[in-house]
Design a protein. Structure first.
Ligand SMILES: C[S@@+](CC[C@H](N)C(=O)[O-])C[C@H]1O[C@@H](n2cnc3c(N)ncnc32)[C@H](O)[C@@H]1O
Length: 205
């Protein structure tokens, strides 16, 4: 794929440095990260370079693989792996991972795209596959007590609904409850640029 036709997300370019700075702390003891919903692949190529102690395993629905592979070909890293087909509502392709232990999971901007049922499936999958004492980091916009944290998030939520009525900015309280059901506790809720958050959970089975 020529460079000019690589899939491109401006928001990934805008947020990647701030996210990497937080992941550096959250994943400092981790060895392998499973990224769910890698999207264009821009985050993966950047984070693999910034966090060379980690094996960075991309994944997404098959429709996004060509773009992710094109970014990986453009900016390879020895610790970066080609995407696995992972739909959170299907069986996860755990047998295809290079290392059997998943001690970290990362996802960005996926929970507001997925339906509520998919988000529930996602947390069930994390509960099943994330190792004890493993880290889970999720980046994106969240509501607090049902309230938008900014006017831009309110407008974004309206736009999401117009694209797909199943999509919506999620309440942090609901996410915390789903996490608690899978033995995960919130370590830190990081404020991020552009009214986003990065939620860092740790699992204690
Ligand atoms: C808005 S994009 C975010 C992509 C990228 N993480 C980013 O921050 O730019 C949402 C991603 O969620 C993925 N996604 C949606 N539903 C999914 C599901 N059921 N299982 C796994 N990934 C899903 C999409 O394929 C897409 O890559």
């Amino acid at each position: 794929m020529p460079v000019s036709s690589l899939p491109y997300s401006q928001s990934c370019e805008n947020n990647k440095s701030a996210i990497a700075a937080v992941l550096e702390q959250c994943f400092n003891q981790s060895s392998q990260v499973l990224e769910v919903g890698s999207g264009t692949g821009q985050h993966a190529v950047f984070f693999a370079k910034m966090l060379p102690h980690l094996l960075w395993q991309t994944s997404d629905q098959a429709v996004n693989h060509a773009g992710i592979n094109a970014w990986l070909a453009q900016e390879p890293s020895p610790n970066l792996r080609a995407p696995l087909t992972l739909d959170v509502s299907q069986d996860w392709p755990i047998a295809l991972l290079e290392k059997p232990l998943i001690d970290a999971i990362f996802t960005a901007n996926t929970l507001h795209i997925m339906s509520k049922g998919m988000v529930e499936d996602f947390f069930t999958g994390i509960g099943k596959h994330l190792a004890n004492k493993g880290q889970f980091c999720v980046y994106g916009p969240f509501n607090y007590q049902g309230r938008y944290s900014s006017e831009s998030n309110r407008n974004f939520d309206k736009w999401l609904f117009e694209q797909n009525p199943q999509s919506a900015i999620r309440d942090i309280e609901w996410i915390m409850a789903l996490a608690a059901k899978q033995s995960m506790q919130l370590v830190t809720d990081y404020p991020m640029p552009a009214n986003n958050r990065l939620l860092h959970f740790e699992k204690h089975a």
